[in-house]
Design a protein around this ligand. Structure first.
Ligand SMILES: O=C(CO)COP(=O)(O)O
Length: 270
């Protein structure tokens, strides 16, 4: 039996540590990695009530990850790095949310800055993809974040808030949502945001979710910080009340480093 991990429906937010592998690890490497990660967390007696864990492998790995997770009942979730806005048809190279749902993907990352900058994704595209994920019962992990130029011109919150407002147009808040605040200048740079700044933006994003989707969604939605997260700096982010976890890139490819990030406890409500 597969362990199906779904975000909590209201109540306390379980911290969420998500590993975005980007274009790394083929399906054989993915199987070895997920198995070793599960062993490392079991050895460390990780309590999954302290932090939910999910990996986001390339599309070609997802069937293999599903098979492993199902066969061994591993308490590790997984999702896709993108999803098509369309459900089927003449869209060469795209992957339907229907296919991801068939692979029991709980999540799909949508609007990562690498999709926005390298593939020209607009706010409207991101919104269409969020709606597509929801049509198939997949929880979108909506990425927002400002560039260094945006930061200088508008401060940290304005662009992420505008991006999230556009992403949530017409969205049903009861269908589940995770938001990742990833300042573009912090991604892969080794220069993480200052935790107080991450908190300021995450608080503004939560207020916007309340305005658009209601108080229940604002309370239930996990808002992650992403951008040069490591085992050494995760504590400083999780100390912030509106930061509910991390979207981890480079450090999610190292089992010791990633499991150390997962094992750092956020003290909810303290
Ligand atoms: O883009 C990211 C996760 O989606 C962050 O990447 P890094 O952790 O490598 O900075």
């Amino acid at each position: 039996m597969a362990v199906t991990l779904r975000p909590p429906q209201g109540g306390a937010r379980i911290p969420f540590i998500a590993g975005n592998w980007k274009m790394n690890l083929d399906h054989l490497q993915a199987i070895a990695f997920v198995q070793k990660l599960a062993w490392a967390l079991a050895d460390a007696k990780h309590d999954f009530a302290d932090a939910e864990v999910a990996v986001f492998p390339p599309f070609t790995d997802l069937r293999s990850v599903q098979t492993l997770v199902t066969a061994d009942s591993l308490p590790i979730g997984y999702g896709a790095q993108d999803v098509s806005a369309h459900d089927s048809g003449a869209y060469t190279g795209e992957i339907s949310g229907a296919f991801l749902a068939q692979l029991d993907c709980a999540y799909a990352i949508i609007g990562h800055s690498e999709r926005r900058t390298l593939h020209g994704e607009t706010d409207a595209d991101v919104n269409s993809k969020v709606l597509a994920a929801h049509r198939h019962g997949i929880v979108p992990v909506v990425c927002v974040g400002e560039t260094a130029d945006d930061l200088e011109a508008h401060g940290p919150s304005a662009v992420p808030v505008a991006q999230l407002r556009a992403a949530l147009d017409g969205v049903d808040g009861s269908k589940g949502l995770v938001v990742a605040y990833e300042p573009v200048w912090a991604i892969g740079s080794g220069q993480a945001a200052i935790p107080e700044q991450a908190e300021q933006v995450c608080a503004a994003l939560r207020a916007l979710i309340g305005e658009l989707l209601g108080d229940e969604a604002a309370t239930a939605t996990r808002i992650l910080y992403g951008g040069s997260v490591t085992a050494a700096n995760i504590a400083s982010f999780l100390r912030e009340p509106n930061v509910d976890g991390a979207l981890v890139g480079g450090a999610s490819l190292d089992i010791d480093e990633f499991s150390s990030i997962v094992r750092f406890k956020k003290h909810v409500g303290t």
